[in-house]
Design a protein around this ligand. Sequence first.
Ligand SMILES: Nc1ncnc2c1ncn2[C@@H]1O[C@H](COP(=O)(O)OP(=O)(O)O)[C@@H](O)[C@H]1O
Ligand SMILES: [Mg+2]
Length: 356
Amino acid sequence: MSERDQKKALILEALKVVKDPDLGRDIVSLGFVKDVTYCEGAVKATIELTTPSCPVKDRLKAEAEAAIRTLGWVTDVNLNMTAAVKAAPTTAQNPSLPGVKNVIAVASGKGGVGKSTVATNLACGLAKVGAQVGLLDADLYGPSIPTMLGTKEKPHPVEGPGGKKMFGPVIAHGVKLMSMGFLVEEDRPVIWRGPMLHGALKQFFQDVSWGELDYLVVDLPPGTGDVALTMAQTITLTGAVIVSTPQEVAMIDAKKALNMFRETGIHLLGIVENMSGEVFGTGGAKAWSEKESVRFLGTIPLHSGVRVSGDAGRPAVLSSDQKISAPFMEMVQHVASAVSVRSNEAPARKPISIQR
Ligand SMILES: Nc1ncnc2c1ncn2[C@@H]1O[C@H](COP(=O)(O)OP(=O)(O)O)[C@@H](O)[C@H]1O
Ligand SMILES: [Mg+2]
């Protein structure tokens, strides 16, 4: 072994004290450390994480640098931190979404709890930290996401593989967006029957040219109706995020949604408490998540700024006001981490088909 190779081996050995906080294993055995070079005291390496989350990146960088510097002969450390989101093991089961690594459904037991707000901010927050993100507004009854993203653009026709005619999604705040709202006229109520709904959703999945995505966030309609079921049976999800307000009433509905995912064998990424504060109380959804042994993904306070930013087409997570953006960013990081854990550990499995 040459001296350089020996030094490289010692550097890797030293880096074994650095553990990925989500996965609980050291970054060397996880295969995150790449391109280690050593030259006269100077160490260079790339550390590739599986989530684009910032605090984790900064912390691991500092820990890795400190670990390398424990080697007395090191004078200089240059670490390049990158992220490559891992595809869920279930991805191969989604032939209609070839470039999509993870599909995250955002669900709630009832309407008006902030499901679309959470879905939109999740998508924009993931894009903000550098991920490739798509957002599918599958709430056919109340598509509001184009407004929340401040876009009036329509999807454009593109040519897919084999000359297939497809929709090119609209891009807003760095997120690729497709919404039922694009396909229906404004101010016109849409009445969908079961089979139409099913067909529309299937088309959504098959005819949109998403390209390469780290995450596709899907805003499901509220409740446990047709679309949610179709969804569960058409696409293999990485997992579902359930949004609930803190009060008991909303949680009874949220419990039904949670049970639907459990029955269909869909992984639960966790629960978000929205509209937390004096009006609806606080902590209800958090306590519930503990009882259900489901990860708690964060508390979003009830704040007029959230509504205002939604109405203005600039999601709260992009606000320069920390009070408004920080709770969303924290939720984004929790979701990214829950996805990373799932993608690294979960065995591939097909959703269970249930008839109603
Ligand atoms: N944390 C919050 N604070 C203040 N207003 C909120 C909050 N979350 C959502 N809203 C507002 O509540 C309304 C319903 O939210 P929305 O995301 O459309 O709910 P859903 O998709 O569950 O029906 C919207 O006007 C939205 O701006
Ligand atoms: Mg909605």
